[in-house]
Design a protein around this ligand. Structure first.
Ligand code: SAM
Ligand code: SF4
Length: 332
């Protein structure tokens, strides 16, 4: 029986948890990680499977029903299917999803499916080998495409492709990526470049705005119309191509912030609880757990964290301060 829901001071109910299982990654996307000398958390500081499962059970007792496993690159975490099986078995987790760069999907799509995973977001910005290499500083496009094909055949439902929208870079990829997705039954979600990169490369002029992509797709493929989402708190706005060709989504965090509908909390790989991707403060779940705290004490920390949540990230105001952790160390 769930306890009272997690509500913040703006009345937003939090039922969505993202758990990062590692800050390590096998590629080096420039809008997330530095090219070299990445500072990773010591292995002993990363939550183990027991700690992650315990936290998820506590969150579920507080009303969380949606769970996403992320990273860093979650597929580099050893024995990930074992963890996924344990998380999928928690009654109360109604929606379990995973975000990956897809490089290890050729090996892991099947064991993850067998462990109970059905929903995948695969990060793919381009079908062009050179641009893939430029963006990720690695030559792994073929593995991602092979992994997607295996996942499609296995029957994962509604595979989504996460494409980061960076101006003066990915314009040539917008249409080919959408066509590839439509042909394979995937859905692209264009994510506006956010100020979460490790090298402070972001500025507003580098954001390829959702409106610009919508105009390109409408002109080159077919007119797009916004469709109401069954879950109005989902971050993506969905659009449908005329003629029933399929859908695309937009996560327009910069040009159309959706903070008023936010229902998400995040647990980092090193056990810090964050009420926002852009939060400056965080709460230390791991230390509490490792000092022998009861489930009730941990639940109280989660409630306090959510109760103190700010109204929104203020990217569009002069007050905005980028968080001290880049994307890979938070968990996107
Ligand atoms: N490694 C996995 C991956 O790449 O999908 C999971 C973690 S990654 C941090 C989660 C998502 O964050 C990626 O799919 C990518 O699209 C997105 N992302 C990373 N850096 C970003 C940035 N600066 N702005 C917008 N989205 C970003
Ligand atoms: Fe790795 Fe994902 Fe960050 Fe790219 S976006 S460097 S794949 S964690």
């Amino acid at each position: 029986m769930p306890l009272a829901p997690l509500v913040d001071s703006f009345g937003r109910v939090h039922d969505n948890l993202r758990v990062s299982v590692t800050d390590r990654c096998n590629i080096r996307c420039f809008y997330c990680m530095p090219e070299s000398d990445v500072q990773f958390v010591e292995r002993g500081e990363i939550l183990d499977f027991e700690e992650i499962e315990r936290f998820v059970r506590i969150a579920v007792s507080l009303g969380v029903t949606k769970l996403r496993v992320t990273g860093g690159e979650p597929l580099v975490r050893r024995d990930l299917p074992v963890l996924v099986r344990r998380l999928a078995a928690i009654s109360g987790v109604r929606d379990l999803a995973l975000t990956t760069n897809g490089v290890l999907l050729p090996d892991l799509a099947e064991p993850l499916y067998a462990a109970g995973l059905r929903r995948l977001n695969v990060h793919l910005d381009t079908l062009d080998r050179e641009r893939f290499r430029k963006i990720t500083r690695r030559d792994e496009l073929d593995k991602v495409l092979a992994g997607l094909e295996i996942a499609r055949r296995l029957g994962y439902s509604r595979i989504k492709l996460n494409a980061v929208a960076v101006k003066d870079l990915v314009e040539p990829d917008i249409v080919p990526l959408a066509r590839y997705a439509l042909a394979n039954g995937f859905e692209v979600r264009y994510i506006e470049f956010m100020p979460l990169d490790a090298q402070n490369l972001w500025d507003r002029s580098k954001v390829l705005r959702a409106e610009e992509i919508i105009a390109t797709l409408s002109r080159e493929i077919a007119p797009l119309t916004a469709v109401p989402d069954p879950d109005p708190r989902a971050p993506a706005t969905e659009y449908e191509f005329a003629g029933g060709a399929g859908r695309v989504g937009f996560i327009a965090s910069v040009s159309r912030p959706f903070c008023l509908n936010c229902n998400r909390i995040r647990l980092t790989a090193d056990g810090k609880l964050r009420y926002c991707l852009f939060a400056i403060e965080e709460d230390d779940v791991k230390s509490l757990m490792r000092s022998g705290a009861t489930d009730e004490e941990i639940a109280a920390l989660v409630r306090r964290n959510v109760a103190g949540k700010w109204e929104g990230h203020e990217i569009n105001s002069t007050k905005f301060v980028a968080p001290p952790r880049p994307m890979y160390s938070i968990g996107g």
